[in-house]
Every structure is written in C-alpha cells, then in structure tokens.
Design a binder for this molecule. Structure first.
Ligand code: PLP
Length: 443
C-alpha cells in the first residue's frame, strides 16, 4: 500500500464498479497526470493505455482546457439550464454540429446535452419514444439492444444493455429485447480489421420484428464497436444490414458512440468509419477530454423537427438536467475541439493504426493469448480463462501491468486498450512489451 493511502481513511467513499474491500486493502491511488502518463501516490509513472476510461483522447493535463474552464468559471459559473441560455452552450452545439457524425449530409446536427454517457443513452431512448409518438406511431414502445452491449447504468441503459451483472438485480423497462451478439470465435479469431463472418447476425432484428410486430418497436441501439464487454468489432456488412432492416420497418437506429466518438477509430466518429448513418448518436467521454463530465446526443434534423410541433409557447420535450450544457463543461468541450483540430487528433488514429495492429497482433503466441482484435486505436486481447477461475488471469494481468507502469482495462479475461490519441510509436512498443512480460509471468 502506498504511503499516502496508508494515512488516508478510505472507508467513506463507496467506489463504483469496484471490489471495494479488495481495493481498500491494496489501493491504487493516482496523484497527477501529464501527457501519456499518470503518476501514483508513490511517485511511480504509469503509461496510460486506456485514456483513463476511454476519455482522455488528447492526453492528460492540457493547459488549454484548464485555462478555458477557469476563465469560464470566473465569468459565469452556472446558468440555469431551463428557459435560459448562455453563449457557451450554443457555441459548443454549433461547433459539434460542424463535425457531426456523417458530415453535413447526414444532418445529425441537433444537440441535446447531458452529463454522462448513461444520461446520453437514456435521453436518446426517450427521444426515440417521443418521436414515434409525435409521428403517430405511439404503439412503438419497445427498445431493442444487443447481448453484451453496454449503454451505461440508467434504467434505460441497463434494459437495452446486455451484461448480466448490470441487470440481474434490477427491474427493467418492459418490452426491452436483445439482438444476438456478434462474437464468433469459431470463425473470426485473430482477424485483421473487421471480422469476415457474421453480417447475417443483423437479421436477428427481422426475428424480433416477426415476433413482436414492427409497430411495437421504437428503436434499436448498438455500440458500433462494443467496448466494455471486451472489444467486439462488427462483422463486415453487419451495421449496413442492421440499418437497412431498421429503416425498412420504421425503427430508429441509435449508435452509442460514447467510446468510439472523437477519433478512436481514426475517424471523427464510427459513423464516418463505417459510412452507416443512424438517426441518433450518443457521445460523452472524449467530448470534453474527460476533464469535465458531459454527454451529448446528436439528433437528426428529421427526428428533431418532428418534435418541434404544437403551440410554440409549450415545452416540446419534457426532459433535461440541471447541468445540461453546463458552462464549465462547454468551455472544456470547446477547448478540447480546438486541440483535436490543431493536432488532427480526430484522424490521427488512422495513421497509427497499422503500427498498432502489427504490435498488438504480435502478441499472438504469447502465453494465454486466445484472440487479438484491433481497429483504429482500440485493441482487445482475449486470454483463455484459467480453468475454474474465470477472470483471474485478466485481473492478475491488470495488476501486473499496473505495478509495471502500464494502465490497461480488463473485463473478465479480456484486456481492452484505448490509449490517448497523442501516443507515439515508442509508447505502443512499451505497451506491447509490458503486456508480453505480464502474460509470461502470470500462471
Ligand atoms: N455507453 C457506452 C458505449 C459506454 O462505453 C459507456 C461507458 O463506458 C456508457 C455508455 C456510459 O457512460 P458513463 O459512464 O459516462 O455514464
């Protein structure tokens, strides 16, 4: 345990998604961060292989963001979010509209601000339901997600999500259904780029239409690349097919781009990478470089305009947060967009991807490595589970890497890497070497 943590009372903070008792016996306390590195309470440097939690895309400690937030808080700390505005929120929405997923022709350029990815997801689901009602399709109340999907922790998000531990303790939205997930190791192991096989899994939406009737289904939500479940890439043609089927049946398509947004795949959004345009896109994380909590929903003009009906003096959509479009978050977001533009970070991943792919696939053959999947600057490395102890290898690898100065993310026995987009080749090499070292050392 670090000296600093030793003297601190850790009892009162109930940590999220954490084995609290285990953690508090041997805490990992971060003190500071700069560029590609964290520093822990003992002064150790830790290379950030996860951009924090998929969010610090422009690297840590950006003074431009710090200063923009400080200036904003001095000038206007808070502005009521309802029936009131401030220039920062409109400016940020306009700047986001200019880089919106799919470019100008996609018209995904109406923005609703939230404070997190979970809120962005629940907001998008509500917009979808409200839209269907507004166009006279009020019987469409079902929401469809996908097995192994992660859409945050709101009741909407866990209902369409597909991770059992997040769901089993809670009542869920009635009518939520799930497509089959797309992971098929029997056909797609160690595939370079997108998996060849599995586009037909999108036809599962036809199964749900046949089962329930299209007139009961409001929307389908998927992560274009599933992250939290352990980096599952969509099979070639899958997203296109899903979109075609959704459109045919009047079902809105929502892409949850909370992790893929803002350059992760080497394009501004996954929509741009795949060339598939949904009706709504959720974002968070890289939106403010993780510096201030914020989420957003990019809404198509068609959906937005359908809800701008009725007497103009009436609220069109009864939804919002005290901190929607918070001045500090907008200031952080605007400064973040400036950095992304100046340093071409939204497309930098495309240049680095071949090197990244080669280094990560180079881990094939190391002990326990059962699969490697990469796209843009994401990598998933699946370890074969230790017999009788699923997840143990993953967790031990995580600890080994951390104590060796590398931060990774693990879900069970799958390692996810999503480094800040400012990384250089030597950082990638260090990551690959430290991972190989960890794989050789764990049992
Ligand atoms: N959606 C996706 C795809 C995510 O990966 C996450 C978080 O990892 C969320 C939603 C939830 O975001 P937040 O933790 O900001 O609520």
């Amino acid at each position: 345990m670090s000296a600093a943590a030793n003297t601190q009372n850790l009892d009162h903070y109930w940590m999220p998604f954490t084995a609290n008792r285990q953690f508090k016996k041997a805490p990992r306390i971060l003190e500071s961060a700069q560029g590609m590195y964290y520093r822990d309470a003992d002064g150790n440097q830790i290379l950030d292989g996860a951009a924090g939690l998929w969010c610090v895309n422009a690297g840590h400690g950006r003074p431009e963001i710090t200063q923009a937030v400080a200036r904003q808080l001095e000038r206007l700390d808070y502005s009521p979010a309802f029936q009131m505005g401030h220039t920062g929120a409109f400016e940020f929405a306009e700047r986001l509209a200019a880089i919106a997923p799919g470019g100008a022709k996609a018209q995904l350029d109406r923005l609703f601000f939230t404070n997190s990815g979970s809120e962005a997801v629940d907001t998008a689901l509500k917009i979808a339901l409200a839209y269907q009602r507004a166009i006279g399709q009020g019987t469409r109340t079902r929401l469809i997600g996908r097995e192994r999907g992660y859409h945050g922790v709101g009741f909407g998000g866990i209902s369409v999500g597909g991770l059992v531990n997040n769901r089993r303790m809670f009542p869920l939205l009635p009518g939520a259904e799930h497509l089959r997930h797309t992971h098929d190791p029997s056909r797609n192991l160690f595939s370079h780029g997108l998996p060849e096989h599995g586009a037909e899994l999108a036809d599962d939406l036809e199964r749900l239409v046949a089962l329930h009737g299209a007139e009961t289904i409001a929307a389908v939500i998927v992560e274009p690349v599933a992250g939290s479940t352990g980096v599952l890439l969509p099979p070639k043609g899958y997203l296109e097919r899903l979109q075609t089927i959704a459109k045919k049946h009047g079902i809105l398509l929502i892409f949850d781009e909370v992790i893929t947004g803002f350059g992760r795949l080497g394009t501004p959004f996954a929509v741009d990478y795949f060339g598939v345009v949904p009706d709504l896109v959720t974002a968070a994380k890289g939106l403010t470089n993780g510096a201030i909590p914020m989420g957003a929903v990019f809404v198509s003009r068609a959906v937005h305009d359908a809800l701008m009906q009725g007497p103009p003096d009436q609220i069109e959509f009864f939804h919002g947060y005290t901190y929607s479009g918070h001045p500090a978050a907008c200031a952080a977001g605007l400064a973040t967009l400036d950095i992304y533009k100046q340093e071409n970070l939204l497309t930098r991943g495309a240049k680095l991807a071949p090197e990244w792919e080669a280094l990560m696939h180079g881990l094939k053959g190391q002990p326990h490595v059962a699969d490697v999947r990469t796209l843009g600057l994401v990598a998933g490395i699946e370890l074969s589970p230790r017999p009788g102890a699923p997840g143990a290898r993953g967790y031990e690898t995580y600890l080994k890497c951390f104590h060796d100065g590398l931060l990774i993310r693990v879900t069970g026995d799958i390692i996810a890497l999503s480094p800040p987009l400012i990384l250089e080749k030597d950082h990638m090499e260090i990551m690959a070497a430290k991972l190989a070292n960890a794989f050789r050392q764990i049992a």
